[in-house]
Structures are given as structure tokens and as C-alpha cells.
Write a protein that binds this ligand. Structure first.
Ligand code: KG4
Length: 390
């Protein structure tokens, strides 16, 4: 299929101006009708493609995982990730189309792709494939992965109506730890971020410190493995400081800091000469880490709720997304915070849609397409991209 498509891309790029005009005319015609979007996600380690229609139906998806090739290094190796995207993306696209029983040329109306943030070489693979596919179809649109995390809840939310804006979004992943207010499509206020490591990084580094083997397959990796260990441990057995509580100024900030937490666990192990070959010790340390990370999340979310209240923003929900939001213990704590303290629902996409996936990219395609936010074929990747400057 790709051999057939590449020459088409070259022809189109020469007639780019005419095409862009054509794109907008067709967008206006199609936006009130039902349409299908194919989403491509290659920002980091997994190669993912999803197909969604504008009536919030997930039509098909496929993912090629890379856990096994990265585990020996204890983290993502960018070059290996890129080569794997290059090798597997065409077959992942075909598999998603087969699962959906759809034909690329006949049934897909829009192609969506992660533009950033992410690993530059990996983003490039997804972008060139998606731009090429879009060039032989009629449309393309490209957007931030962060926005996809913020919007997936509108696809998966159980009500028949779309989840209304504004809502508070906690994006907790390997690349990000963000608190956002989602006011509308393409309109977000970032209230806080991490000043050092992301929460996902802290989970991954602590899992490595404790020598916890990665969970394999969908929903796997080091963070998910640490969660399994924490389930068997006692979070109160050991005590480590909750980040940013000591310094009065830091305490009032909506930002996070996770690098100290991982170091606290390391120092604790060294100070008390804990035996890391003892499984019970590992279970308790995993539970201690997870508990402290969760309390830190809640501390800053409370400040965000207060900020919204002071601004008169009537939130409809708390949305949690990103890989770490698939952690069940964190979810239930967030649920108590939203329901009991703030009288709003917690909305989380199902765990497999919290980690990077093609469905959320396709859904963001639906939302942006409806809002008329269509990009040009010449658009490039943005490896470092803030959601505020979309
Ligand atoms: O959103 P995501 O798939 O992509 C990146 O931004 O990289 O998030 C991946 C991160 C990794 O750090 C992974 O270890 C962590 O999410 N993660 C978890 C869990 N599942 C994935 N962390 C804690 N508990 C989990 N169940």
C-alpha cells in the first residue's frame, strides 16, 4: 500500500495551494455528517493506530508494543523506537483497517496524527505516513498529543451527551505531569506542571531502583509493574517526605516535583540498609512510593480547585488521563477527591486508552475537524510542545 501512496504525496505537494482551498470547502460540507477518522500515534515507544467515527464509535485499532526491546536498557532507546515504528507502522495501519472492516480509500474521511510532543525521529515516522495517506484522501489535520489526552474523556464518557467544558484535567504520563483547565477545543489553561521529573518517570525510576520486572503486553511496563507490587505492600510501613510541603512558597505552587521522591526512597533504603532481595521489603517500598506520589498529586489538585473557585469557573468534572491514570489506586483516590470534596464526577478513559494509543488521536481528529481546525500538509513535528500555544 505504501509503495502506491508515496508518489501521490509528491504530486500533491506541488499543487499545495489548490489543495488547501479544497480542504476547507470539503471540511464545511462534511462537518455536519457522520465521518470516520484514522489516527496515527508514534510519539514514543508504541506504534498505534485507531479508527473512530464522529458518532463516538470506536471502529477498530491496532498496536505494536515495544516493551520487550526497551526493557534491557531500563528505558526507551530513541533509535530502536524509531526503527520499530518504521518497520511496523504500515502493518499496524492495515491491521486497524482490517479490524474495523474498512477500506482506507473508500471509508476514511480524515487522517489525524500526533504532531508532538515526543521523540523527534519517532514523530517523523508517523507524520510522513499520515501526511502521505491524507494526501491521497482529501484531508489531513495534525495536533498535539497533550490535547488528545485531554479530549479522550469526551469520547469514553458514559453519557449520551458529550462531556461539556470546562473541566479540570490531570494529565499524568511518562512525558508530562500537568494540571489543565479545558475550556474548549484548542483552548486550555495550564495551571501547573512538573519542575523536574514527570510522575511516570518517577514510577519508572523507582521500579528500576527496586528491580521490579516490567509487566508485559498491553498496559504493561515498569509503572504498571510497580502498581502490582504496591498492591501487596503496606503504604504505612515506611515514611518518606511528601514533596514540596516543607517550603511555604513551594507549598502554594500548583507545580509538581517528583525527582526528590525517588531519591527519598533510595536514601531510605541506604539509611536503614534494607534488603532489596526480600520481596516483602520491595512490596512495602513500592506501596510507600505510590502513596506519597498520590498525596502529592492531591495536594496540588486541591490548589487547582481553589484557583477555579476563585475565578468563578464552574467545573463539570475532573478528568484524569495519561499512562499513570490507569493506576487503580490513584484513580480511586482521585474519585474520592472529585465526588466527596467537590461534588463532580471523576472521568477517566479506560486504562488501555490512558496510555498512548491511536483511538485518542483519531477522536481528537473528530473534535478538531468539527471545529474547522485543519492543518496543511507541510506542517512539521514539534517535539517540545506546550498545550498553551496550540
Ligand atoms: O501516557 P503514556 O503511555 O506515555 C508517555 O507519556 O510516555 O505513559 C507512560 C507512563 C510510563 O511512565 C508508565 O510506566 C506509566 O505511564 N504507567 C503507570 C501505569 N501504567 C503506565 N504508572 C503507574 N501505574 C500504572 N498502572
Amino acid at each position: 500500500m505504501f509503495h502506491r501512496l508515496f508518489p501521490a504525496c509528491l504530486i500533491h505537494s506541488k499543487t499545495h495551494r489548490t489543495l488547501c482551498k479544497y480542504l476547507f470547502i470539503n471540511a464545511a460540507n462534511i462537518s455536519n455528517q457522520s465521518f470516520n477518522v484514522l489516527g496515527v500515534e508514534t510519539s514514543c515507544d508504541d506504534t498505534a493506530v485507531g479508527i473512530v467515527n464522529s458518532d463516538r464509535k470506536i471502529l477498530g485499532e491496532a498496536i505494536h508494543y515495544q516493551h520487550e526491546i526497551h526493557e534491557p536498557s531500563g528505558g526507551i532507546v530513541p533509535n530502536l523506537a524509531m526503527v520499530n515504528h518504521q518497520t511496523y507502522l504500515p502493518s499496524v495501519i492495515c491491521e486497524a483497517l482490517n479490524n474495523a472492516e474498512l477500506d482506507m480509500a473508500k471509508d476514511i474521511d480524515v487522517v489525524a496524527v500526533t504532531r508532538g510532543p515526543g521523540l523527534p525521529a519517532c514523530l517523523g515516522i508517523g507524520l510522513s505516513a499520515a501526511k502521505t495517506l491524507a494526501a491521497v484522501l482529501r484531508y489531513t489535520l495534525l495536533f498535539s498529543l497533550l490535547e488528545a489526552h485531554a479530549l479522550t474523556a469526551r469520547l469514553t464518557h458514559s453519557s449520551s451527551d458529550l462531556l461539556p467544558f470546562p473541566y479540570l484535567t490531570l494529565l499524568i504520563s511518562g512525558g508530562h505531569t500537568l494540571i489543565l483547565v479545558a475550556h474548549g477545543i484548542g483552548h486550555y489553561t495550564q495551571l501547573g506542571t512538573t519542575i523536574d521529573d514527570s510522575i511516570g518517570d518517577a514510577f519508572d525510576k523507582t521500579a528500576r531502583l527496586l528491580k521490579i520486572p516490567w509487566l508485559k503486553g498491553r498496559g504493561g511496563g515498569p509503572g504498571a509493574a510497580l502498581e502490582q507490587y504496591a498492591l501487596k505492600g503496606d503504604p504505612k510501613k515506611y515514611t518518606v517526605p511528601i514533596p514540596m510541603r516543607k517550603d511555604a512558597r513551594r507549598k502554594r505552587e500548583m507545580n509538581y516535583s517528583f525527582s526528590g521522591l525517588k531519591t527519598s526512597i533510595k536514601d531510605f533504603v541506604e539509611k536503614y540498609k534494607l534488603n532489596l532481595d526480600d520481596e516483602i521489603v520491595i512490596y512495602d517500598l513500592a506501596a510507600t512510593f505510590q502513596h506519597a506520589a498520590t498525596v502529592h498529586l492531591i495536594d496540588k489538585l486541591e490548589l487547582a480547585f481553589e484557583w477555579c473557585r476563585n475565578k468563578g469557573i464552574a467545573l463539570t468534572a475532573l478528568v484524569a488521563s495519561g499512562g499513570v491514570a490507569s493506576n487503580k489506586s490513584i484513580r480511586s483516590t482521585l474519585e474520592r477527591l472529585a465526588n466527596e470534596q467537590h461534588n463532580i464526577p471523576l472521568i477517566c478513559p479506560p486504562p488501555h486508552l490512558c496510555t498512548d494509543n491511536g483511538i485518542m488521536i483519531a477522536w481528537t481528529g473528530v473534535e478538531r475537524f468539527r471545529a474547522g481546525l485543519i492543518d496543511k500538509y507541510t506542517i512539521d513535528h514539534i517535539p517540545k510542545w506546550s498545550i498553551a500555544n496550540k
